[in-house]
Design a protein around this ligand. Structure first.
Ligand SMILES: O=C(O)CCC(=O)C(=O)O
Length: 282
């Protein structure tokens, strides 16, 4: 029988059951509702994900950067105090990790969403034939969640013609080997975001899911998501010690690997593209 890590490397994702306790989930649910209220009140203030974005008529399905001071709730950082979670992440990526991202996703109120087929980070051509991950993304569903749809093993190969057509045309049609991934509250979905995937969620669903990512401390791919507060002692002091370490590692890596002007431009462009895309403008 394959180990959890082998399944992750082989399939590009794996669901681990019962990682979070009811008590942890309850704290996260409270924190999540506070964030949703803030974002719905002032969506333009944050990096918000929209299904509808018209003046005075917004419908949202998520927000990025929930560990930033204006959205932070201690429960969000305390996720990294879960020993089972940390041992799985370290088992896949190694003992020393760095922070990459922390976002929140929820069901829209008005407009159902169908997120197109994609690999994350704008890297639709990227794959590692051995399935070796350069990050782990993980979803913590606070309620039953079946919104993530993926093609198992697609992170280890080039896209097929049919898949490439879907990606290039921003489509979200069902594909032959797709698999809808279902999680119960307490489960964690670990994913290699280079696995071809899409998302779908209806306004009738009650989705509340945290969407985090980490990398190995010295991973050459990625990084560059540190923000100024991560260097402030007062901000770091509020964080769980593991988060403090992950953020310090990210800042150190970002500072010792400055982007060239061309890379900077590429990053700004792909960030803009991604923001437009998650803002429902593509
Ligand atoms: O709704 C989902 O779970 C998919 C989210 C997603 O694909 C993304 O944020 O890139």
């Amino acid at each position: 029988m394959m180990s959890l890590k082998e399944r992750f490397i082989n399939e590009g994702y794996v669901v681990v059951q019962g990682v979070f306790t009811i008590h942890e989930l309850d704290r996260l649910k409270d924190a999540m509702e506070k964030v949703i209220v803030k974002v719905k009140r002032e969506p333009l203030r944050y990096i918000t994900r929209y299904t509808k974005k018209q003046e005075d008529d917004y419908d949202t399905w998520g927000v990025n950067n929930i560990l930033k001071p204006d959205l932070y709730e201690p429960a969000f950082g305390d996720v990294f105090g879960n020993e089972r979670l940390m041992s799985i992440l370290r088992g896949i990526l190694g003992d020393e990790l760095r922070f990459w991202g922390a976002h929140a996703l929820w069901s829209p109120d008005k407009v159902n969403y169908q997120l197109r087929w994609h690999r994350d980070y704008g890297d639709n051509e990227y794959y590692h034939p051995g399935g070796i991950p350069n990050h782990v993304q993980f979803n913590i569903p606070l309620y039953t969640d079946s919104c993530f749809i993926a093609i198992p093993g697609s992170h280890r190969r080039a896209l097929t013609i049919q898949e490439r057509e879907e990606v290039n045309n921003n489509h979200a049609h069902p594909l032959p080997s797709e698999s809808q991934v279902s999680c119960l509250p307490g489960d964690v979905l670990f994913m290699n975001a280079h696995t071809l995937h899409r998302g779908a969620c209806n306004s009738q669903d009650h989705r509340r899911t945290l969407h985090y990512s980490v990398q190995g401390k010295d991973e050459m791919y990625g990084g560059h998501t540190s923000y100024p507060e991560m260097k402030e002692a007062e901000y770091l002091q509020r964080m769980h010690p593991v988060v403090r370490e992950l953020m310090t590692n990210l800042v150190q890596w970002d500072e010792s690997h400055p982007l060239s002007p061309v890379e900077m431009l590429r990053k700004v462009r792909s960030k803009k593209e991604r923001e437009n895309y998650i803002a429902g403008q593509l």
